[in-house]
Design a protein around this ligand. Structure first.
Ligand code: FE2
Length: 270
């Protein structure tokens, strides 16, 4: 880890590490995701997962997903088979699935977390992101600390490209250096509801976004306060990725975070 470029990370708020995830591990995650999808039967309840349906069942399905393996559909996917219709699987793959567990807890990731200064790293959230050909939706500008909030802010993203990612299939976009700005919003629980609260009205900096075009096997480290996004995938190619979010166990994880783990205490790399 000695060649991790910490100065660049501190300057930009992100760091691209090519060839960090082995081709075999990319294959293993993609194959395992395909198995999970094949075993998943949405049945007649599929409509409850639609992002347009704000129904109670859909809310609970999401709210409990912090300690489960759950499946979320794209909005434009009504006439597609499940395997080509999903937006993501989340949010505890790293704890509940043996293949994702192994890849998520390999020594090089633990060493990376330590090099980044996470003294007591906890693996908080994992997502398998499909960004399907033609329908993979845009993800708007956001900071991950909006969704995973600690005091002080410690959330750090490890975003792993399982396919080549470029401008045409919806690679990550980032505002370099803007992680030094304030946290703008929090998405959190109020009673049984999830709401977004404005913390700071500072607009995103008026800078040209950097397109993080990376080959398969790259790992992108994302600072929790870095504004980032991704465009829709309008290409004929998938853009699968695996995203893991860590926090430092020495920070306070508030009880009103959307992601709660009442039955599965958070674990580190061991
Ligand atoms: Fe994000």
């Amino acid at each position: 880890m000695s060649d991790i470029d910490l100065a660049t990370y501190e300057r930009d708020g992100f760091l691209v590490l090519e060839r960090f995830v082995s081709s075999q591990d990319c294959d293993a995650l993609q194959a395992r995701a395909a198995e999970l999808v094949a075993a998943f039967d949405p049945g007649p309840a599929r409509t409850i997962f639609s992002a347009r349906d704000q129904g109670h069942a859909r809310d609970r399905y999401f709210q409990e997903s912090g300690e489960a393996i759950r499946f979320f559909f794209e909005e434009e996917a009504a006439d597609r088979p499940t395997g080509l219709a999903l937006n993501k699987i989340g949010h505890a793959l790293h704890d509940l699935d043996p293949v994702f567990d192994r890849v998520s807890r390999q020594p090089c990731l633990a060493a990376l977390a330590a090099a980044l200064g996470l003294t007591q790293p906890l693996l908080l959230q994992s997502m398998y992101l499909f960004k399907q050909p033609r329908i993979g939706a845009e993800v708007g500008w956001h900071q991950d600390a909006t969704y995973l909030y600690t005091r002080p802010s410690t959330v750090t993203g490890f975003w792993m490209a399982l396919d080549d990612a470029d401008r045409n299939n919806g690679c990550l976009l980032a505002l370099a250096g803007a992680h030094r700005g304030p946290l703008r919003e929090r998405f959190h629980r109020v009673g049984s509801d999830l709401i977004t609260s404005r913390l700071d009205a500072t607009p995103w900096p008026d800078a040209e976004p950097v397109a993080l075009e990376v080959p398969r096997g790259s790992l992108v480290v994302l600072h929790g306060l870095l504004p980032h996004a991704s465009a829709a995938n309008r290409s004929d190619r998938p853009r699968h990725a695996y995203a893991l979010h860590l926090i430092d166990g020495q920070a306070v994880y508030d009880a009103d975070n959307w992601l709660q783990r009442p039955d599965h205490p958070l674990r580190g790399f061991n």
